[in-house]
Design a protein. Sequence first.
Length: 283
Amino acid sequence: MTIEIRKHGRVGAEILGIDLSNPVSADELKQVRAAFAEHGVIFFRDQSISEGQHIAFARAWGPININRFFAAHPHHPEIALVVKEPDQQHNIGGGWHTDHSYDFEPALGSILVARELPPQGGATAFASMYAAYDALPQRLKQQLEGRKAVHSARHVFGSKAVAYEAVQDTRSDGRIGNSAAADVLDDPVHPVIITHPLSGKRAIYVNPSFTLHIQGLSEQGSQDLLQEIYAHCSGPDFQEDFHWREGSIAFWDNRATWHYAYNDYHGHRREMHRITIAGSALA
Ligand code: SIN
């Protein structure tokens, strides 16, 4: 089978002609890797993979970063459970973010496999931080060049979490926990504009969930600038929804995209399995 790569609207690409339940050949991996670097998020349809095959595919990209704050799969600790039960109001990931920017070596990407879907709704939106950077006004590009920002997980997963409403709800039934681990995390600093390690393209690397402030500016100046960047990045020109079906898999690059899980299926269950792959320090 030959692999076909089909653009997914404004963000991402669908990979056709590959069966992830079989070992991926070196040549297939090369093509998939190139599409991943180019598009920032890739999608697969009509797959039927076991948890073990999910883990094996993830390991082909790098070591697995085991999530400290999400409930783990009972038999496969490498897999974080992203579940919303019918009686829950809040969901995991219901705000624009990029996974693990609170790590000193931020995650390369996350592979999300649909396991149980609501009858409708439950899509995930993706925004391209390559496209958002390219369209930044020159004034902002100049203002941000060389700047660094502090990121944190404490205000999201720690005992004093206030920023991320979803946590309040999900933690209470044990889906997210480990606030003691979040409370003692040090906050990393990353460039606001990165050169992507795979594609060499420039991308914006701050996000509304985990970025605290831009260094070297007053608190107000930093907040004003971050809000301006966020308004720009979440604009309609840089985003696209992905509508899940049985057998769908999304693999996003956390250095090139933001994502956002819609919370529009109250009363129904949604279960996704996520594996996050370790990355490296950003420059
Ligand atoms: C996530 O934010 O990692 C989960 C996204 C989703 O459930 O669609």
